[in-house]
Design a protein around this ligand. Structure first.
Ligand code: TXA
Ligand code: MG
Length: 310
């Protein structure tokens, strides 16, 4: 995607005026607004129909811009040096005098913080005097957006502008780790937990069970295409869409290949747009072949399991 200075300027103007806009990141598109403004942050919740107690991730340009808002500890510094900018979100303690709108965290004392890698989004963040609160750009509990057209499908004319950054290179949300007490994974995502483990070199707890709420809102994760979805299917029913990863000898009209080369990263990148496409074609249900449960395959399975609870 070409870099375009006038688009960055447009995006900045809308944000400076307190509007919400769509922004590209390497994981999924975000619905962004000034994280220091109560007015702007409240709009995000309204547009997404998001419960007020489900806190937002705040996106920063770099560690210096974070200093005034959060307390940093050694675990954070280690991980930041290795993995940021990139698909990892840290939960840190808010400073008492931080300027973050109380609506971002629903008055809680911890903040989710991310440093995105997408070139165009980074460029925008660099131009701003404030960080951006940005949840995924979708109506609450629905499919995340991985290209600009998905964002306009979700919000239409209700948002002023979408900064087009092409298709997201990862296609699944960031990994979330709480560093407030003992390191605890809250959501599987674009960065492999094994890599985090290697850098921290100590036990990492995990709380990714959607039934066990660690944070308000954690149980609202659904990633639902809005039609029933079944996993580990060997043979689909006649009228349902079939998502596959391994090439078959016979391919029917209702077969959709997440990857042509049996590549899990490519499958991850295509997952949400295929689910969206299948739904828009009018299928009433989706069947999915067993996806290997390793590397990013674990994250694909996590999202599919949540989506299948719809
Ligand atoms: O890749 C991503 O992380 C994308 C892009 C746009 O950055 N963002 C994203 O945001 O996925 P969202 O709002 O769809 O998911 C954020 C998750 C929510 O489940 C929320 O409950 C959790 O992060 N969260 C946010 N703040 C938190 C906090 N202070 N403590 C615990 N969990 C938090
Ligand atoms: Mg989301």
């Amino acid at each position: 995607m070409k870099f375009n200075q006038s688009n960055i300027k447009k995006a900045k103007n809308y944000l400076d005026e307190g509007h919400c806009i769509g922004v590209p990141t390497e994981t999924v598109y975000g619905l962004a607004a000034n994280a220091y403004s109560n007015f702007a942050v409240k709009k995000i919740f309204k547009l997404k129909k998001r419960p007020k107690n489900n806190p937002l991730i705040v996106h920063y340009w770099d560690i210096n811009s974070l200093k005034e808002d959060c307390l940093m500890n050694n675990d954070f510094i280690k991980l930041y040096k290795k993995f940021s900018p990139g698909p990892i979100t840290y939960i840190l303690k808010l400073r008492k005098n931080s300027k973050i709108s109380k609506f971002v965290t629903n008055k809680e004392k911890n903040l989710a913080v991310r440093f995105p890698k997408h070139r165009i989004f980074k460029r925008l963040l660099k131009e701003l005097d404030y960080p951006l609160a940005a949840p995924s750009a979708n109506i609450s509990s629905k499919l995340s957006s991985v290209q600009a057209s998905d964002v306009s499908e979700e919000f239409g004319s209700k948002i002023k502008y979408i900064l087009d950054g092409g298709k997201c290179s990862i296609g699944l949300e960031s990994t979330i780790i709480s560093l407030v007490n003992k390191p605890t994974i809250l959501r599987l995502g674009g960065l492999d937990v094994a890599k985090i483990q290697k850098i921290l070199n100590k036990k990492i707890n995990s709380n990714i069970n959607p039934k066990k709420k660690i944070a308000p809102g954690q149980s609202f994760l659904h990633y639902s295409p809005g039609i029933p979805l079944k996993t580990n299917v060997k043979k689909p029913k006649k009228n349902e869409a079939f998502l596959l990863i391994k090439k078959r000898k016979i391919s029917l009209n209702n077969y959709y290949y997440l990857s042509k080369k049996n590549d899990l990263n490519e499958a991850a990148k295509n997952l949400y747009s295929f689910l969206r496409k299948i739904k828009n074609k009018g299928y009433k249900s989706i069947a999915i072949e067993k996806i290997p449960n390793s590397g990013i395959g674990k994250v694909i399975n996590d999202r599919l399991n949540r989506a299948s609870k719809y």
